[in-house]
Design a protein around this ligand. Structure first.
Ligand SMILES: NC(=O)c1ccc[n+]([C@@H]2O[C@H](COP(=O)([O-])OP(=O)(O)OC[C@H]3O[C@@H](n4cnc5c(N)ncnc54)[C@H](OP(=O)(O)O)[C@@H]3O)[C@@H](O)[C@H]2O)c1
Length: 261
């Protein structure tokens, strides 16, 4: 396979447009899964959109392509060569995140069943984004020999690791709110939840901006922007949900960005 810069540009642009569309759509009404599926029950969906999968199965199927597609592209690289920095960044950061999401997060989750149509959208998205990030890093990325000493590389890696730490810890704190089999909602406590309702989403955003800065490429920035557009409104709607549901919800807590928003 050869690198096609126009393909990378086109796929990245579509990702940005999709993100902006999602921001526009879900800025007003929340994505219909988790706690917002409950609220949306007043406006029932058509029969074919009411099928659900258990959360563990849904997360596994949805996230698997984002790990598998770049891993296959890496394996099929001809001649096989893991040495270029782009390939190592892809393997370590992008595939590392999706390895965790697919093989660890999905087996630990205590979430409620997931709407089938959302799983299908998630799978398609992960194929698309997995291909874009993988194709770029395996076939197009070129870095100067001293990129590892570049401030963008070091600060990006640190931001990525910091964000991943926040994301995993926050998801752990949410999980701890429920005993196995429970599906009710409680006020999240501890960690960055002291400051924001969407601590896991804040971590996810830092992670992908860290990846974008370390790799300094269009597809990674497009994905970081997409992430803001997807999880940003989710954090905002979670925050409003908590304020409505819990009279004692901490008033100083923000939705997504500590002290700001
Ligand atoms: N990169 C991206 O574009 C992207 C997009 C979506 C998600 N993600 C990531 O995927 C992960 C999960 O996303 P999500 O949208 O499912 O997050 P979420 O709505 O915060 O839910 C995470 C888990 O915690 C449970 N939970 C949430 N609030 C709770 C509460 N107050 N009390 C008890 N349990 C609670 C949820 O159960 P229920 O399912 O029963 O609500 C779910 O199992 C996050 O780390 C997120 O950053 C990334």
């Amino acid at each position: 396979m050869q690198c096609s810069p126009s393909l990378v540009g086109a796929l990245s642009s579509v990702l940005v447009v999709l993100g902006l569309l999602i921001l526009w759509l879900y800025g007003r009404t929340p994505t219909r899964y988790g706690k917002h599926a409950e609220a949306a029950a007043e406006k029932p969906l058509p029969q074919e959109r009411r099928r659900h999968l258990p959360a563990k199965c849904a997360w596994f199927l949805q996230e698997l392509p984002a790990f598998l597609v770049p891993a296959v592209l890496l394996a099929l690289r001809n001649p096989p060569h893991f040495a270029p920095l782009g390939c190592r960044l892809l393997g370590g950061m992008f595939c590392g995140h999706y390895f965790h999401r697919t093989f660890i997060y999905s087996f630990l989750t205590r979430g409620r069943p997931f709407p089938l149509h959302t799983v299908l959208f998630g799978m398609l998205f992960c194929v698309y984004n997995g291909f874009l990030q993988g194709y770029y890093m395996v076939y197009c990325a070129e870095y100067p020999d001293d990129w590892c000493n570049d401030i963008r590389f070091t600060s990006g890696i640190l931001l990525f690791l910091f964000g991943m730490g926040i994301n995993i810890h926050s998801d752990f704190l949410l999980r701890k709110l429920r005993k196995p089999g429970e599906l009710n909602y409680k006020i999240p406590q501890g960690g960055l939840f002291v400051y924001v309702s969407g601590a896991n989403f804040f971590g996810e955003i830092l992670e992908w901006f860290g990846y974008a800065i370390a790799t300094w490429c269009l597809p990674a920035f497009a994905f970081a922007l997409f992430t803001v557009c997807f999880v940003g409104p989710r954090a905002y709607h979670h925050h409003r949900y908590y304020l409505r549901k819990f009279t004692g919800y901490p008033r100083s807590r923000k939705a997504l960005i500590p002290f700001i928003f």
